[in-house]
Design a protein around this ligand. Structure first.
Ligand code: C2E
Ligand code: MG
Ligand code: MG
Ligand code: MG
Length: 280
């Protein structure tokens, strides 16, 4: 039938689809107002070096406190912002906020401040030729050296190549680091490692969840740290929720961990984790 011939995935219309589209359009409009109205905020989750438990970086994660609906997950509203283009403005606001925050911590805390802030960038931001120039300006305004910033991108965002890859080269030329986020869950992960300029592999929570058991996720996590080391990259394991997982990852060779076990994303993270718990 027609859908097959054009290669379009065949989906029959349903009232739920119209409803969903309507809801997303509404959410998009409310996002615009929410941005002007200060409803968004940025929280920070520690990325921790083990075994010393030093907070070497924080990942900036956006939050939206909707006036009627309460907190809405970025997993829900970021794709809507991607679709209506608002991610460009929202993303720049997040970048500015995160860079200023790290500059403030450096001024207040000195050596105890994390070295870096990691900011997620979406496909649409990377596809704009001006993104690296924006980053340059934001860093200068915040008074932050480029080495203090990591930009996290997903495999899907750079899969198409083109301007997104050019942007990554430009960012790296500035001294900004690039992290491949949710590694192992997108398209064509291993091909990307040959072609995409990248410094950090963030191994997805999917492989961390069952890391204390002998099974496929553990075999994959072990292979990924070998690939990462072999290519001279830095690996970060995401979604570490227990001490047992942290220990298992440490034994596999992971030295940078992130997850609820070390700290949830909050406005003011605890940078003095040392000694809070004994083990990794
Ligand atoms: P991500 O970049 O992979 O961020 C990690 C997500 O995992 C965050 O969810 C974080 O709260 C959650 N997480 C961290 N440790 C644990 C853990 O131990 N257990 C569990 N269950 N979850 C953990 P969050 O903040 O809801 O963000 C979801 C996704 O939304 C992010 O995934 C990212 O793709 C996107 N996102 C969030 N903030 C931004 C942003 O500022 N810009 C863009 N473009 N995307 C963002
Ligand atoms: Mg991320
Ligand atoms: Mg991630
Ligand atoms: Mg993720």
């Amino acid at each position: 039938y027609a859908a097959k011939r054009t290669g379009e995935p065949y989906r029959s219309w349903s009232p739920a689809m119209d409803e969903r589209a309507g809801q997303n359009a509404r959410l998009g409009a409310q996002m615009r107002a929410g941005l002007d109205d200060g409803q968004f905020r940025v929280v920070y989750q520690p990325i921790v070096a083990v075994p010393e438990r030093r907070v070497v970086a924080v990942e900036a994660l956006v939050r939206w406190d909707h006036p009627d609906r309460g907190p809405i997950s970025p997993a829900h509203f970021i794709p809507v912002a991607e679709q209506n283009g608002l991610i460009v403005e929202l993303g720049e606001w997040i970048l500015v906020t995160a860079c200023r925050q790290l500059a403030r911590w450096r001024a207040e805390l000195g050596d105890r401040a994390p070295d870096k802030v990691s900011v997620n960038a979406s496909a649409r931001q990377l596809a704009r030729p001006g993104f690296a120039a924006t980053v340059t300006r934001v860093l200068a305004d915040a008074g932050l050296p480029a080495r203090c910033l990591t930009i996290e991108v997903t495999e899907t965002a750079v899969f198409e190549g083109g301007q997104a890859i050019t942007t990554l080269h430009e960012l790296r030329a500035l001294g900004v680091r690039i992290a491949l986020d949710d590694f192992g869950t997108g398209h064509s992960s291993l091909r990307l490692l040959q072609t995409v300029p990248v410094d950090i592999l963030k191994v997805d929570k999917l492989f961390v969840d069952h890391i204390t058991e002998a099974g496929r996720p553990t075999v994959i996590a072990r292979s990924l740290i070998q690939i990462s080391d072999g290519l001279g990259l830095t690996a970060v394991a995401e979604g570490v929720e227990t001490a047992a997982q942290a220990e298992a990852l440490y034994r596999l060779g992971y030295r940078l961990l992130q997850g609820y076990h070390f700290g949830r994303p909050v406005a003011e993270p605890d940078f003095d984790l040392t000694g809070v718990r004994a083990a990794a």
